[in-house]
Design a binder for this molecule. Structure first.
Ligand SMILES: NC(=O)c1ccc[n+]([C@@H]2O[C@H](COP(=O)([O-])OP(=O)(O)OC[C@H]3O[C@@H](n4cnc5c(N)ncnc54)[C@H](O)[C@@H]3O)[C@@H](O)[C@H]2O)c1
Ligand SMILES: O=C(O)C[C@H](O)C(=O)O
Length: 331
């Protein structure tokens, strides 16, 4: 063997650089948080650290998910903790901590209790992972995204909220069910607040590029819009003890994947507005480009006067909540 061939053989035997998977922290190990942890690990998107205030809860869920790995065929690690010091070097932090609503409540009724929880969780997480992107899930969603942004002082493009992907997925489901077509062919867009001031946009909904107005009359579209607007309540009223979690976890998982894989996807999310759509200094559901830096850009659609008015009313609603939570957090 020549010296050269020995060198090239030893080079080819050099062990590969160890794969270092992305790291995601999920704060709140309740229904949404634990389901999200499961989705992130089983889709091999990231190693997950699950944090909750309840002693033993995140550790138990993490162990349970770890014991499923051999059957589910993946190697992602899931760790449970009650200590923010374990949230170091996270790429993304998702906050699901806080109370869910019960029948008869609106999401806005959670403002005071969840405001304090989200402010604390966001601030603690970013202290330990200063480079992370922050995705908020806790309700009332748009205002909680604002609270997290204020509590951390992060650039606004690194803090965003999940709601529009879920609301659009629901609208997509209802259209697919109505028409008996595959949900894969239905594309929808829902903006505004994650609440009564939600703004589903039928004008931007298609069946593989064909406007839904080709298939559905106005009364049917209005009925599906209304069902979408109250889809969260529909599930709360059925379940009685809390809200939806499978579809919310899927929606959050999709957003985390889009960011970690730097896909530059065009998705609706609660973003900080700095004049877009004529709105300033609030978080509200709008289309954005989502990638490794977080919100790469807010996308401004050409809205009709009526759509723009609906978005403006949604913004006013969130502004009222922000004022309330601001004085609460100060005190
Ligand atoms: N944005 C959305 O589209 C969307 C969808 C579904 C649920 N949600 C919201 O997400 C939140 C969680 O819903 P869920 O069904 O998982 O509720 P859940 O009660 O099952 O879980 C909440 C978890 O948060 C934990 N928690 C409470 N205070 C905490 C703190 N200070 N630090 C860490 N953990 C804390 C609780 O111990 C609990 O395990 C609710 O506010 C709900 O309304 C939002
Ligand atoms: O409706 C809720 O309270 C939970 C969540 O926001 C949802 O839309 O399912």
């Amino acid at each position: 063997m020549t010296e050269d061939s020995v060198a090239s053989l030893s080079q080819s035997l050099t062990p590969p650089v160890p794969f270092s998977p992305p790291r995601v922290a999920v704060i709140g190990a309740g229904k949404v948080g634990s389901t999200l942890a499961q989705r992130l690990a089983e889709k091999e998107i990231a190693d997950v650290t699950l944090l909750d205030v309840v002693p033993g809860l995140p550790q138990g869920i993490a162990l349970d998910l770890m014991e499923a790995r051999g059957v589910e065929r993946h190697d992602r690690a899931i760790i449970g903790t009650n200590d923010y010091a374990d949230l170091t070097a996270m790429d993304v932090v998702v906050i699901t901590a806080g109370k869910p609503r019960l029948p008869g409540m609106s999401r806005d009724d959670l403002l005071d209790i969840n405001g304090t929880i989200v402010a604390h969780a966001a601030q603690q997480a970013i202290t330990h992972s200063p480079n992370a992107l922050l995705l908020i899930v806790t309700n009332p969603l748009d205002t909680m995204a604002y609270v997290a942004w204020q509590a951390t002082g992060l650039p606004p493009q690194r803090v965003l909220g999940m709601a529009g992907v879920l609301d659009s997925a629901r609208f997509q489901t209802f259209i697919a069910l109505e028409l008996g077509v595959s949900v894969l062919d239905v594309h929808t867009m829902v903006l505004g607040t994650h609440g009564d001031a939600m703004v589903p946009l039928p004008r931007f909904c298609t069946i593989n590029g064909v406007p839904i107005t080709e298939f559905l009359d106005q009364d049917t579209i209005d009925r599906l819009v209304e069902r979408t607007r109250f889809a969260g309540s529909e599930i709360v009223n059925l379940m009685k003890t809390g809200g939806a979690f499978y579809a919310p976890a899927s929606a959050a998982c999709g957003m985390v994947e889009a960011m970690l894989a730097d896909r530059s996807r065009l998705l609706p999310a609660a973003c900080y507005l700095q004049g877009e759509y004529g709105l300033k200094d609030i978080y509200l559901g709008v289309p954005c480009r989502l990638g490794r830096q977080g919100v790469e850009a807010v996308v401004e659609l050409n809205l009709t006067d009526q759509e723009q008015d609906s978005l403006r009313s949604a913004g006013e609603l969130v502004r009222g909540q922000i004022d309330r939570v601001r004085s609460l957090l100060k005190s």
